[in-house]
Design a protein. Structure first.
Length: 168
């Protein structure tokens, strides 16, 4: 029987994993300040339940799920700063460093994806989770995860082609 986590273990956990969790929230939102807010709210909710966690051996999955719920929440939709655009810009944002230009293109393309697709891609390619674990975290079926991933990647490919001026 696993031991129940204590408040001290919560503090230790946040000290050890806080940066990685903030990075995870940032990948979802694309906005550092919003990611900080989301992480703080998620940690506040998790802290209240910390001593009652059923899955004490896997607190990161529990915290990630709380962050995902914050991200996917309807209360965050308008405050996230993501605004849909009618069409992709004719030219990518100019940056003097090549790696920053690629990163800017990727952030722009990710910001155009629906929240579910973006969450699935972040969980798959940043957190390196399998489809079953992603389905558990997002709260959908494995087939839906695969569908979101496929559609999200297709949209990113199309977006990359539009930015580079390539024709299909």
């Amino acid at each position: 029987m696993p031991t129940t986590p204590t408040t001290a273990s919560f503090d230790d956990y946040v000290a050890a994993r806080g940066t990685a969790l903030l990075r995870f929230a940032y990948l979802l939102t694309g906005d550092y300040h919003l990611a900080e807010d989301m992480l703080q709210e998620a940690l506040a909710k998790v802290h209240r339940r910390w001593s009652h966690l059923d899955d004490a051996g896997r607190p990161t999955a529990y915290v990630q799920k709380a962050i995902l719920h914050q991200y996917l929440s309807w209360r965050r939709r308008r405050s996230s700063g993501e605004t849909p655009i009618a069409s992709a810009p004719e030219r990518p944002t100019v940056d003097h460093a090549e790696q920053h230009a690629d990163r800017t293109e990727l952030w722009h393309a990710l910001s155009t994806l629906p929240r579910q697709q973006r969450a699935v891609l972040v969980l798959r390619f940043y957190e390196d989770l399998d489809d079953t674990e992603i389905a558990r975290l997002v709260g959908c079926s494995v087939a839906t995860v695969r569908s979101h991933a496929s559609r999200g990647l297709a949209a990113l490919r199309t977006s990359a082609q539009l930015v580079r001026g390539e024709a299909r």
